[in-house]
Design a protein around this ligand. Structure first.
Ligand code: SAM
Ligand code: SF4
Length: 467
């Protein structure tokens, strides 16, 4: 049944968390519009508000609860259906259905096809004056939404989820419980989607997966897929996230370091620099193996930008074990790092088997120490670009001033320049001469606009036309 004959319901979607959630919201937009729902950016005129949630860390979780309580007043003032989608819906179905009167519907990451029906049922129940919750939270071993064309927000970058779920069961992580078992999409459907994206004018594709480099479908591994996407005409840059250090065969490394359109950036989540912690986390590599991978990458191309994720204060982490992580940062010298304070997540191996015994104050001190160290290293790494000219993909206005433009280097570093330097628009590649650097940003003079595809590394920057 379509809502086309009914009054067309207006749906407002708010997205929390990672890029995978942004992508899932695009899938949900596509599923709802084809059933006659109208999407609105304005929550004030929405009949339905959907929150696509993240459960990965405590703060993501708290943000959603704060947001839910903000909706209470709105719901008192008029008929409104409130839905929770994604990882929190999956993990907290009991809590959300029993304790949260505000929530009318729940849909886990594998249940989005049922959303139009769930919404109609919830609207109908509300019109009848019933307080009934509708939910769909079964995990699937097969759902990849292969046939759904996401309704993308226009821009420079388009995401494609190439696999869903995760089988790694890192002991701290809730993903295998909220997103289910690992499954890869058919490569031909991914390539078709990528060609459509190129045809629609996007310049960059980011391949997504919880453990993206464990992608496998028949004869296709991740390296082959990445190369095939990068070979599609019209696409300037291809990125991927988040990979696991255990899945980097030589062929994938070779593709990253040598293909001119695959960005020279690898996010390599380490989590810890201590072997006992890594084993307790079930990361399946030792510090020595991890550092050997870093050295291999750098020996193949020393300009590859490396970034990481670190967890501080995991169960039973001692001061000496924490120091090993501190030393890992000093040793590897990442360009940047996401440093997280360990937060226990329901259902995980760590929650069931270990004690979350590092006091909050100690966790915070460790996070602060790592953040300070990383800021210094990031600033030093960025200063190495002073005097160089880099190809930068223009994204739009700088956050702090509309008089400045902003883009990303091949290594994913933010570059800012004055718009008076030259006229350029999002999607163009601009040659930027770097004259200053902070821990997070490169400041540049824009020299000219590229007339060809990007260069082989951030070193070279040829074929630019002067303004
Ligand atoms: N799949 C990627 C990998 O293998 O590392 C990571 C994906 S996860 C969505 C993003 C990051 O969140 C992780 O790398 C980890 O650092 C952090 N994270 C996950 N669970 C956490 C927890 N319980 N507490 C703190 N940080 C956590
Ligand atoms: Fe979570 Fe580990 Fe899977 Fe990454 S690889 S999503 S950290 S279980």
């Amino acid at each position: 049944m379509s809502v086309a004959h009914d009054r067309r319901r207006h749906v407002h979607i708010e997205t929390f968390g990672c890029q995978m959630n942004e992508y899932d919201s695009e899938l949900v937009r596509a599923l709802l519009t084809r059933e006659g729902f109208v999407l609105t950016e304005d929550r004030e005129c929405a009949d339905v508000i959907l929150m696509n949630t993240c459960a990965i860390r405590e703060n993501a979780h708290t943000k959603v609860y704060t947001h839910l309580s903000d909706l209470k007043a709105l719901k008192k003032s008029r008929p409104l259906v409130v839905g929770v989608l994604g990882c929190m819906a999956q993990n907290l179905k009991g809590e959300l259905t029993k304790q949260e009167p505000l929530v009318d519907l729940l849909a886990g990451p594998d249940s989005y096809r049922q959303l139009p029906t769930l919404i109609r049922n919830a609207v109908h129940a509300q019109e009848q004056g019933e307080h009934r919750k509708t939910l769909a939270v079964d995990l699937s071993e097969y759902e990849t939404y292969d046939d759904i064309v996401p309704l993308r927000v226009p821009g420079v970058n388009a995401w494609i989820a190439v696999m869903r779920g995760c089988d790694n069961f890192c002991s701290f992580c809730v993903v295998p419980y909220t997103r289910g078992r690992e499954r890869s999409r058919d490569p031909q459907s991914i390539l078709e989607e990528a060609r459509r994206i190129a045809g629609n004018g996007f310049k960059q594709i980011t391949l997504l997966g919880q453990n993206v480099n464990s992608y496998r479908s028949g004869e296709w591994d991740f390296g082959r897929l990445l190369t095939a996407v990068a070979d599609i005409p019209g696409i300037e840059r291809v990125r991927f996230t988040s990979p696991h250090p255990k899945d980097f065969p030589p062929s994938l490394l070779e593709a990253v370091v040598s293909h001119p359109k695959i960005c020279k950036h690898i996010h390599l989540p380490a989590q810890s620099g201590n072997d006992r912690m890594l084993s307790l986390m079930n990361r399946t590599y030792t510090k020595r193996e991890y550092v050997a991978l870093v050295e291999k990458i750098r020996s193949m191309n020393r300009r590859v930008v490396l970034t990481t994720d670190i967890i501080a204060g995991f169960c039973s982490e001692t001061e000496a074990e924490f120091s090993d992580t501190y030393r890992l940062l000093e040793e590897v010298r990442y360009h940047s790092a996401f440093i997280f304070l360990y937060s226990e997540r329901m259902n995980t191996i760590a929650a069931r088997k270990f004690t979350d015994d590092v006091p909050l104050e100690v966790k915070s001190q460790r996070v602060t120490a790592l953040v300070e160290l990383q800021r210094r290293i990031s600033a030093e790494c960025n200063r190495e670009y002073l005097g160089e000219t880099l190809p930068v993909l223009v994204e739009g206005d700088a956050k702090k001033s509309h008089l400045q433009a902003m883009g990303k280097s091949d290594g994913n570093i933010t570059v800012i320049w004055n718009k008076t330097d030259l006229a350029c628009s999002p999607g163009q590649v601009v040659a930027c001469s770097i004259y200053d650097a902070s821990a997070s940003t490169l400041y540049a003079k824009a020299l000219g606009i590229s007339v060809s595809s990007p260069s082989k590394s951030e070193h070279s920057c040829t074929n630019f036309v002067q303004p």
